[in-house]
Design a protein around this ligand. Structure first.
Ligand code: GLN
Length: 572
């Protein structure tokens, strides 16, 4: 039977509950256990697909096409595993399932009530996601005391009864403020969080104390007395420079050993942190500094939300940098800067590389195209991600193929050269205004051309083998196999996640290739339609882009091939 670790947060949000949960998972993995993590989001939205990224942070895409809160991304980045969409549970999903079941008569005339039906559905979902794992981390979103948390805490208390207390442990993550006018670390908010949690019948077995500074013995003792747990189980987690330090810091407090002791089990193997330590050391003290410009539309995002809205790109650059012993300094440049003014494009020469990330709509598009043009002509390393591929194709069609009016129909539906367009099957869905259903979402296979630069990039980081294995695994499930697409015999194939509506228009592929751009990878849909996935310029190793979002598959120690190749190019 799996063992559960329930992680809840007290005092306030934004103290790093997700990274702490992921770090606990990483520690247990190092002790030889098979780990997964579940995120509970108490909001009523069915999933994060409709949430505004500028408010809520980036939408994370899973292999199986889920649009999820970014915490699942944190788990994958730390645990180096693919986590399915069922590991995200929202209030909306729970109620929808219960109401659907009621409509289908599954409750056989019972009165359907909050208790027991809602907690039972929550438990069913948790158990379903726990199959075949040694440890399951369940992170409860929000902060203890939020009204919307109550059903979930109730369900977890009930899960405790189902599986027995020896198979379930509670971890409370709190924050200890140090008000500047007294310069003293205060434990009172933590005491109150403990009390609030006890109102749900839950008493923490571990308390992890986030704070600016390490916790001293006096405060550990104070919390010990208040929470009635050994001060050994009061763990200090001070601020750090990189989140990847957290597992190492928690291990200094022997959290792994203490957790296993709580469950009365032993390590399956002795942890080996040497590789992880080396990567963290490279993040903290890199040999080189690389300056990258990310040209996007940022005007409606405040400074504070910027990094969160692009967290996966940010992390993918950190991962590539860590493997190459370089720090990647990100400069967010508003595409509008490059719209009319050639001089501004010249500013781009101050950067070692340029990225055009994913995006939607017309805002800043001409600026992005100008920036891509500058990168191509001046051979500045370029990485295009999704919209960044589409606009690179538009730029090339206009300036090399002579199709002056070339555009994506997302911006100019009347263009005489629609090099990027919605494909017929998707158009039908769009016409019915079913925007949610019209996206290409989740993992799709791409066949990579022999001798292409792209194939070399994937082989360089050992991804071809890994992806082939993962494709075989996913293919076992019919609904997954359909999306992943068709494969070709003896051809190298890789897997990346997607989130977009428009495609390179197949009618222009030959013309563009004749002019020197190579489509180095393609997807084959069930009806044999080929969709272009990668571009590269054989005469310019510094220039490539993908229709996918490879940032969703980047992990520390297992960087994305495209980001790795890009940072390497920047480092030349
Ligand atoms: N707007 C483009 C499309 O829908 C690109 C989307 C993206 O970059 N994620 O196809």
């Amino acid at each position: 039977m799996p063992k559960y670790i329930v992680v809840a947060g007290g005092v306030m949000s934004g103290v790093g509950k997700g990274v702490t949960t992921a770090s606990i998972g990483k520690i247990l993995q190092e002790h030889g256990y098979k780990v997964t993590a579940i995120k509970i989001d108490p909001y009523i939205n069915y999933d994060a697909g409709t949430l505004r990224p500028t408010e809520h942070g980036e939408v994370w895409v899973t292999d199986d096409g889920g649009e999820i809160d970014q915490d699942l991304g944190t788990y994958e980045r730390f645990l180096n595993v693919d986590i399915p969409k069922r590991n995200n549970i929202t209030t909306g999903q729970i109620y929808k399932t219960v109401i659907d079941k009621e409509r289908q008569g599954e409750y056989l005339g019972q009165t359907v009530q909050f208790i027991p039906h809602i907690p039972n559905e929550i438990k069913r979902r948790i158990k379903e996601a726990s199959n075949n794992y040694d440890f399951v981390l369940v992170e409860v979103g929000g902060t203890i005391g939020d009204y919307e948390n109550i059903p979930f805490l109730f369900a977890l208390k009930s899960l405790e009864r189902d599986v027995g207390k020896k198979n379930l442990t509670y971890v409370l993550i709190t924050y200890l403020p140090i008000p500047s006018h007294i310069e003293e670390m205060k434990t009172k908010p933590t005491q109150q969080a403990i009390r609030l949690l006890s109102e749900s019948g839950i008493f923490p077995d571990f308390i992890i104390c986030r704070a600016k500074k390490p916790l001293d013995v006096v405060r550990k003792k104070k919390i010990e007395t208040y929470a009635n747990i050994a001060s050994d189980n009061v763990i200090s987690e001070p601020d750090i420079e990189t989140v990847y330090q957290i597992p190492l810091d928690l291990e200094k407090e022997k959290l792994g050993e203490k957790l296993l002791k709580e469950f009365e089990i032993k390590s399956k193997k002795s942890p080996n942190w040497s590789e992880w330590k080396k990567l963290v050391e490279n993040i903290l003290n890199p040999k080189k500094n690389i300056k990258v410009a990310i040209v996007g539309k940022y005007t409606d995002i405040g400074d504070y939300n910027l990094a969160d809205s692009y967290i996966s790109i940010n992390q993918a650059l950190i991962h590539a940098g860590a493997s190459l012993n370089a720090r990647v300094e990100i400069n967010w440049l508003d595409a509008k800067m490059f719209e009319n003014d050639k001089k501004s494009s010249n500013d781009l020469k101050n950067y070692d590389g340029i990225i055009v990330p994913g995006g939607f709509g017309a805002s800043g598009v001409e600026g992005k195209i100008n920036a891509i043009n500058y990168a191509r002509i001046n051979k500045i390393p370029y990485l295009g991600l999704c919209y960044g591929l589409q606009l690179a194709v538009v730029e090339f069609a206009r300036n090399v193929c002579g199709l002056k009016d070339a555009h994506t129909t997302e911006v100019n539906p009347k263009t005489s050269a629609p090099v990027i367009d919605v494909q017929p099957a998707q158009r039908q869905i769009l016409e019915k205004s079913m925007f949610g259903g019209s996206m290409r979402l989740g993992a799709y296979a791409s066949i990579l051309k022999e001798k292409s630069r792209m194939l070399k990039l994937y082989e360089d980081v050992g991804r071809v083998k890994d992806d082939e294995k993962r494709i075989q695994e996913l293919m076992k499930d019919k609904s997954q196999a359909f999306r992943i697409g068709l494969l070709e015999k003896n051809k190298k194939v890789v897997l990346e996640r997607h989130r977009h509506r428009y495609e390179v228009n197949p009618k222009y592929v030959d013309l563009i290739e004749k002019n020197g751009m190579v489509f180095s990878g393609y997807y084959i849909r069930g009806d044999n339609t080929k969709l272009m996935e990668y571009i590269e310029l054989p005469k310019n190793d510094n220039f490539f882009a993908t229709q996918a979002h490879p940032e969703f598959k980047s992990r520390l120690g297992n960087p994305s091939p495209l980001f790795y190749g890009f940072v390497k190019n920047c480092n030349k």
